[in-house]
Design a protein around this ligand. Sequence first.
Ligand SMILES: Cc1ncc(COP(=O)(O)O)c(C=O)c1O
Length: 381
Amino acid sequence: MSALLPTYGQRAIEIKQADGSYVTDTTGKQYLDFVMGIAVCNTGHRHPAVLEKIEAQLGNVWHTSNLYAISGQERVAEKLVAGTHLTRAFFCNSGTEANEAAFKLIRKWTGKTKIVSFTKSFHGRTFAMLGATGQDKVKAGFGPMVPDFVHAPFNDSAALDFIDDETAAVWLEVVQGEGGVVVGDVAWFAALQAKADEHGVKVVIDEVQTGIARTGTRYAFEQTPLKPDVVTLAKGLGSGFPVGALVTAPGAEAVFEAGSHGSTFGGNPLAMAAAEATLDVLFEDAALAHVQAMGAYFKSGLERFVDGDTFIDVRGLGLMLGLVATKPVADLINRLRDAGLLVVAAGPDVIRFLPSLFVSQQEIDEALAIIEQVVTKEMVQ
Ligand SMILES: Cc1ncc(COP(=O)(O)O)c(C=O)c1O
C-alpha cells in the first residue's frame, strides 16, 4: 500500500539515470526520451554547462531567501528580456505560480476582473488558474471557481466578440500544449492583438510550455504578431531545477510594490544558477537554428505516418510536435515505451513529442524507426 495520495496514474517505470537524450530505468532498460520531463529538460538531461554551474553554486550557497540580494536574479532577468520589448521579471517556482503572479498583476494593473481565456487551454491547478483553464476535467469537484473568466473558442474569429471594454486581459498559449498541440494562426493572433489594443486590454501569454526555445525562437510569441504585456515561464527555464518567472512589458514596473507579492524559494541562488546556464546555452542563434532545423526534419519524418486513417495530422512548432490520431493513443504510447521511446499524450488522441532541443538527426531517425516498428505492428494486428 502506497503512502502517496493517488494524484497520478499508475507509473510503469522509474528512471534511475539520464544523459542527453537517453534515460535508463531501474531494471537497466534504456529509452530514448522524447518527453524530457514534459518540456522541462530542454537542454537534454544533465547538460554539462548546466551541471557545471549548478555544481559550482552547490559549493557556495544554496538558499538565502529574498531578504538578501541575489545577483543571479538580475542576470537571469537581463537574459530573459534582452532583445525583446519586455523589461522586468519576478521569479517563482512553477508555471502555475508564474500564472498566479500574472493574475494578481493584471487585477492590480487594470482594476478589472474579466479575463478572456480559451477552450482547451491549460494554465495550472491553483484556484485562479483552474478558472483560467478551459478544460472541465481539471475543475470537476472543486467548484465554485474564481469568477470572471470567460472561455472563448481558440483560433476562431468568434473569440474576438468576447473582448470588450470590461476586459482586463486576454490570456492564451501560442501553441496549446495540454490541449492537443494546437497552433493558432498568425492572422488570428493579429486580429486578437488588434482587438485587445482597441479596448485597452492586456495580453498575457502563457509560455510555460512553449518558451525557452522549445518552438525554435526564445519565445513562441516572437513567431506571431502578438505583443504581450505579460509572459509567464517555467518548465524549461531551469533544465529540471524548479524555476518559474513572470516577465512584463513597459507599464508594469510599478504595479507591484514591496510586499505585493513574493516567494520564499523563488529565485534562490541554486535556481538562478540553473536558469542562467540554461539561457546561456539555449538563447544562442546556433541553438535556435538547431531547434528549427531538427523541428522541420522531425515534422517531415512524422508526416510519413499520416495515412488519413490511423493518423490524420502532424502539428506544432519547432520541437513541440503532435501526431494526431483518430483514436485514443494511451495504449500506443505504452507500446512505444516498451519499444524504447518515451512520448506523452496531449489530450486523448495526440502523441506529443518534446525531445531535447539538442537532439541529433540520428536520434530523431532512431525515434522514427521505433514509431515505424510499433505503428506497423499495430496496423497488422
Ligand atoms: C501552458 C502551461 N501553463 C501552466 C502549466 C502549469 O505549470 P506547472 O505544472 O509548472 O505549475 C503547464 C503545465 O503543463 C502548462 O503546460
